[in-house]
Design a protein around this ligand. Structure first.
Ligand code: KPL
Length: 299
């Protein structure tokens, strides 16, 4: 299969590296990472130990592919969609944090857009290299729920490359569950400066659990059946599977980059406001990250 992986950050590089063991992959990202992959290949370490040589480019326009896996930050989704729309792509799979990415991708694209969640832990240590710090899984399916040939085909392609994959018929609920995981883990680990595993005990555990419980309450107000203890269990499961991982938001804060707080805790906070649900923990996490973002050096 010809697969474009659009976004060569930590998760995109890991997924691209795993897919390149089985498929013809084009990785779309930024220099100096792309230049290093072109020069010496992409080294995948940690839970794996191999080097592959996918195509790598900084120009994502005019590409042909059976599948495009989108792994850019939530705030870059619109640009990614416009760029992919210049090519000939048969199907798109979003493996991003936050809500609403699939709708943003579907706007300019004339092909099926699948929803997906990924709980693999990944860190890009240096240009041309990514470390897998926790084997998780990918869950994917039609964004409105149900089943489709496209979802089955994408699921087979990922599984053939050794990615733990489930094709699900309840993606709207799965996306809310993943939102609860990210609402609990990402901002908490970024602010407390701890690895995901620190949320299994210790003072940050309660904050992560409360953020996830609040997210479940908002999901239910939105008509999605997600229980509070189910959401907390999901946080614990992912924190355990990715215990040694530095969450993507903590990586962003460490590198002084813009974070996805608006697409995660900020999204929970704004839906909660519309539905009259109280979410004090997500509100506080959002405001603290906003305060940090305001002071960070601009890109
Ligand atoms: O999605 C993640 C992230 O860091 O953004 C998890 C699964 C929490 C892994 O760290």
């Amino acid at each position: 299969m010809d697969i474009v992986v659009f976004g060569a950050g930590s998760l995109g590089s890991l997924v691209g590296g795993l897919l390149a063991r089985e498929h013809a992959v084009t990785l779309v990202g930024r220099d100096p990472h792309v230049a290093a992959v072109r020069e010496s290949g992409l080294r995948v370490s940690g839970e794996y130990d191999f080097t592959v040589a996918p195509e790598a480019t900084t120009d994502g326009t005019d590409l042909d592919a059976d599948l495009a896996v989108v792994t850019v930050k939530a705030f870059d989704t619109e640009d990614a969609a416009e760029t992919l729309a210049t090519g000939r792509i048969d199907a798109v799979l979003s493996l991003q944090n936050g809500m609403g990415n699939e709708e943003t991708l579907a706007r300019p694209l004339d092909c099926p857009v699948l929803a997906g969640t990924a709980t693999y832990g990944a860190v890009r240590r240096e240009p041309g290299a990514v470390e897998c710090t926790g084997r998780g899984e990918v869950v994917l399916g039609p964004r409105e729920g149900g089943t489709s040939e496209t979802a089955d085909g994408a699921g087979r392609a990922l599984a053939a490359a050794g990615i733990e994959t489930t094709v699900a018929d309840d993606m709207p609920r799965r996306l809310w569950e993943k939102l609860a995981v990210n609402a609990g883990i990402n901002a908490t680990t970024a602010l407390a400066r701890v690895e995901n595993g620190a949320l299994l005990d210790g003072p940050a555990r309660e904050v992560a659990g409360d953020a996830a419980r609040e997210t479940a309450r908002v999901a239910r107000a939105e008509g999605v059946e997600l229980g509070e203890s189910e959401a907390v269990r999901a946080v614990e499961r992912v924190a355990e599977a990715t215990a040694a991982n530095t969450s993507s938001m903590r990586q962003d804060v460490q590198a002084g980059r813009r974070t996805e707080v608006e697409a995660i805790n900020g999204y929970v906070f704004s839906c909660a406001r519309e539905r009259g649900v109280s979410v004090p923990v997500n509100r506080t996490l959002t405001k603290l990250l906003r305060a940090w973002e305001r002071e960070r050096p601009q890109d």
